[in-house]
Design a protein around this ligand. Structure first.
Ligand code: UDP
Length: 328
């Protein structure tokens, strides 16, 4: 049955893919976005759809939408350079914004899903990370506004669930990539592809031996939708690709797939940059019947094709920190 679904951050990388899937499935979507790091270009195709509504708004301030069945709370700058640009605002998004959205869920009876993050595990001492791992987060570091903000958001979700019977879902999202990433988000996949296509140096932060696990966006969206629609399961649940790779390995794939002559250059490792990150996805597999299907090379090829189609002169970096977040 068709549902009325609110997506905060609906103009962002994940939000735009989620919107397309939900509209294609016959739902109506209300996007709430302040377009701080997201881009109106990604939502342009939806604006003509009568089942799509846009509210330009920052969830830090109260907002109310009626007759809602589901809420995906995707709003929050997620790339390190973006969330560290105005760290207090980042924390506010995950605390005041989340309180506002949980209030909407409580008032409307809507089920609400939180886009949480692998960052709640900080620089993990356990790998792969199961949901039961409580994390190793520096509460006063540069990443804390995001990491601790998202941890506080999970706390709020579970307290609203216990105290107010709000129907919650919490997904811990690991590194995701694909078309619609902002070309100047400063993330490793976008930086490497942009640099490779331009024949510029590829910037390796630190030794490049730190690991990440890269999930293609269609797999991630599938996991989120399954979580939202499964009964009797709040999570938290890891949604990510369990294939762990070094950053150097990623660079080699991008060089190979683009055929670039770009060279690798070293840059300082940003503070508190996690050394490893890899999800244990047993719970997602057991409760959601979910596991990722898209191979890294296939996903990178689609992402490279998308980046190659962009006219970068039409894009501006959302924050001054896009090549690398501050080190000091
Ligand atoms: N990184 C890099 N070169 C870049 C951008 C990022 O080596 O141009 C590294 C970064 O230090 C981190 C990893 O790639 O270890 C992933 O960074 P990203 O910003 O994509 O996301 P994170 O997982 O750190 O939030």
């Amino acid at each position: 049955m068709s549902k009325r679904i609110v997506i905060t951050g609906g103009g962002g990388f994940l939000g735009s893919h989620l919107t397309k899937r939900l509209l294609d499935e016959g739902n109506s979507v209300v996007c709430i976005d302040n377009f701080f790091t997201s881009c109106k270009r990604t939502i342009e195709p939806f604006l003509v759809n009568p089942a799509y509504e846009l509210i330009t708004h920052d969830i830090i301030d109260p907002v109310f939408v009626t007759e809602v069945d589901q809420i995906y709370n995707m709003a929050c700058p997620a790339a390190p350079g973006h969330y560290q640009f105005n760290p207090v605002r980042t924390t506010k998004t995950s605390v005041m914004g989340v309180i506002n959205m949980l209030g909407m869920a409580k008032a409307t009876g809507a089920r609400i899903l939180q886009a949480s993050t692998s960052e709640v595990y900080g620089d993990p001492t356990v790998s792969p990370q199961p949901e039961s791992y409580r994390g190793n987060v520096n509460p006063i570091g540069r990443r804390a506004c995001y990491d601790e903000g998202k941890r506080a958001a999970e706390t709020l979700f579970f307290d609203y669930h216990r105290e107010n019977k709000v129907d919650i879902r919490v997904a811990r999202i690991f590194n995701t990539y694909g078309p619609n990433m902002h070309p100047f988000d400063g993330r490793v996949v976008s930086n490497f592809i942009r640099q490779a296509l331009a024949g510029e140096d590829i910037t390796i932060f630190g030794e490049g031996l730190q690991t990440r696990s890269f999930c293609y966006v269609s797999d991630l969206i599938d996991g989120l939708i399954r979580l939202m629609n499964v009964d009797d399961f709040t999570g938290p649940v890891n949604i990510g690709n369990p294939h762990e790779r070094t950053i150097l390995d990623l660079a080699e794939h991008v060089i190979d797939l683009t055929g670039t002559g770009s060279k690798l250059v070293r840059k300082p490792l940003p503070p508190d940059d996690p050394m490893q990150r890899c999800p244990n996805i047993s719970l997602a597999s057991e409760r959601l019947g979910w596991s990722p299907e898209v191979d890294l090379r296939d996903g990178l090829a689609k992402t490279i094709e998308y980046f190659a189609s962009l006219d970068l002169s039409e894009w501006t970096p959302p924050t001054p920190y896009w090549e690398a977040p501050p080190v000091a």
